[in-house]
Design a protein around this ligand. Structure first.
Ligand SMILES: [Zn+2]
Length: 319
């Protein structure tokens, strides 16, 4: 399967290397006033260009350099800058990470354990900022074409936060990843009794132009919701209408390939709904995968070639 075309241009982020925070590519802007600590992160995955475009845009608005947040502190982080530096439009899948997925290393036993990788070293630099944040907005995009969606985590409080934000139209409550804790589920973000809250937005396909608009729009709304900017500042910069409604999908099942023969039985696209329980949708050798309930939602089906153990799609129920 060939990759989608690379339409977006990766911005030059070298002007943002030096910072006041003690960590390269992490900027902290302190209003000097009481209020929340708010963090926006781009480039958790090095080939997801829309987040870098959004932060570059924000820094060029004067946000930070000359404009302070209205209250509290604002942290802007370019995360996997080493992977991003290797981005090559001719091979755009290669720079998702260098050694391992930066979004699977956020459990204490991994972060503070004996392991070593380029991503672990970066996560250890980012950890104090992540743990200081009351509210986090982590900007991602997807391998395959799909309308934007919010990964709200395992808890209903994430979906409530996305409803306050007002976008995008599709909100996922999921089960995390067996291969490791995501940043958005770490500490208070994953604790129902904590006031902390995090959102992970998937803005669209990695390299499509629309993903950058979604990233900027979502970030502006997030900065307004968390009190970093005022309504007039946000209104002047919003570019997309809010969706008419927001649907919650509760992800409950991962479908993993048993062999390289895994294939869908019809063309699929992310967030497609299969109306009838018992519908065969994929096959792997002799094994046929069928839906177990009506209105099963296909969450991020992979059109890549299956390898044994790879998650090919997750299924969810419309709330
Ligand atoms: Zn990502």
């Amino acid at each position: 399967m060939s990759s989608p075309p690379v339409i977006l241009t990766p911005p030059d982020i070298s002007p943002y290397r030096h910072s006041n925070s003690g960590v390269d590519f992490v900027h902290v802007f302190d209003s000097g006033l009481p209020g929340p600590t708010v963090m926006v992160q781009a480039l958790t995955h090095g080939n997801e260009l829309c987040g870098a475009i959004a932060l570059d845009w924000l820094l060029q608005q004067g946000m930070g350099r000359s404009v302070q947040p209205l209250m509290g502190k604002l942290i802007l982080s370019f995360a996997n800058v080493e992977a991003y530096a290797r981005f090559d439009a001719a091979n755009p899948n290669a720079s998702r990470c260098v050694d391992e997925d930066l979004n699977r290393v956020w459990a204490d036993e991994v972060l503070f354990g004996p392991g070593d990788s380029l991503e672990l070293r970066r996560a250890r630099q980012l950890q104090p900022f992540v743990d200081a944040a009351d509210f986090l907005f982590d900007i991602h995009s997807m391998q395959d074409a799909c309308r934007p969606l919010m990964v709200c985590g395992l808890l209903d409080k994430g979906a409530a936060f996305a409803r306050q934000l007002g976008m995008p139209g599709d909100l996922l409550i999921d089960t995390g990843h067996p291969s490791g804790l995501r940043m958005r589920d770490r500490g208070g973000f994953g604790d129902p009794s904590s006031h902390k809250n995090a959102l992970l937005i998937e803005c669209g396909q990695h390299w499509e132009a629309a993903a950058a608009d979604v990233a900027i729009d979502g970030m502006v709304r997030f900065l307004k919701l968390t009190g970093m900017v005022d309504t007039a500042w946000a209104q002047d910069r919003l570019r997309l209408a809010l969706p008419a409604q927001q649907n919650i999908v509760r992800v409950d099942e991962a479908v993993t390939a048993r062999s390289s023969d895994f294939h869908f039985l019809f063309p699929v696209r992310g967030l497609d709904v299969i109306p009838t329980a018992g519908t065969a949708f994929a096959q792997d050798g002799e094994h046929v995968f069928k839906t177990r309930y009506d209105n099963a939602v296909l969450v991020m089906p992979s059109t890549q070639h299956g390898k044994p153990g790879n998650t090919m799609v997750r299924l969810g129920r419309l709330d």
